[in-house]
Write a protein that binds this ligand. Sequence first.
Ligand code: IPM
Ligand code: MG
Length: 359
Amino acid sequence: MKTYAIALIPGDGIGKEVVPAGRQVLEALARSRSDLHFEFEHFDWGADYYRRHAVMMPHDGLDRLRAKDAILFGSAGDPGLPDHITLWGLRLRICQGFDQYANVRPTRILPGIDAPLKRCSPEDLDWVIVRENSEGEYSGVGGRVHQGHPIEAAVDVSMMTRVGVQRILRFAFGLAQSRPRKQLTVVTKSNAQRHAMVMWDEIAHEVAEEFPDVRWDKELVDAMTARMVNKPDTLDTIVATNLHADILSDLAAALAGSLGIAPTANLDPQRRYPSMFEPIHGSAFDIMGKGLANPIGTFWSVVMMLEHLGENEAAQQVMRAIEAVTSDPSLHTGDLGGHATTAQVTDAVCRFILEPGRR
Ligand code: IPM
Ligand code: MG
């Protein structure tokens, strides 16, 4: 029997609904098998915590997470607080504090989901986007002077380091190599951004030599959006900078039918620190507190968590339950055009995990 210590950080908005749903799924999984056990610790960090303590998480927050095997995160964002406070105070603090430099975002059209690309079949869209998660446009380097004066100036520096670019490209080539098609597309904007992006291209050529069995090509980020729509079957694994991949992954999620389904892993591939798993949808204040959030993005994130923990069989068990549930339109939430509630979808996934033969 293996026991895993899991930190639960629901954060804000619908994170408070989908993370408890993710816990229910992990508990059902543990009940269904004799080899797995989870110990959960709940952290009430986020915007409400900020209103009480003037910080999104306590100063020793990272230390309290350090010994966990993984973190399941909901979302950070609140209509009453500036976005850069909620983001930098919690999610980025954990990502950067634990050097979770590889952000992995798989996209597939799950069974039963009506996706907008009418010219492609579901098998044509099976991608993993690897997002550089520690520097680039999100490095936080910059400043603002003379605020409010006519001479006001502001800079955000996109900082790229050789070590940072090399490690994310190595990770992406390795991931591409582990997938059946062994194919990687490196996305940059090296025609317009003539320093750091040109360095990316050069390092890509160097790293590619370490992976002779991976076929790879380059694409500029603007052309990439068109290729994702027009030729989805020409893509498999994709690697891009922090901001480029942020944008491309929303497009990918929409092309797969809904942002409500898309999962993310923030990985420290060296396993020095716990990695963090989260749905990409954000806080979604328009539907918070109503029980209408789609929990599938969180469940798929749980699958990625189990894979990272080396529990591949358990991961597949949860993925099969997710696919059985998405196949049934009566279990679709509002974002998918249905009327099901978070609780109904969660119960259905848990039932399938416990009794795969019956629904
Ligand atoms: C994401 C989100 C975040 C990001 C937001 C909430 C700041 O869009 O994880 O893709 O841009 O990193
Ligand atoms: Mg995003």
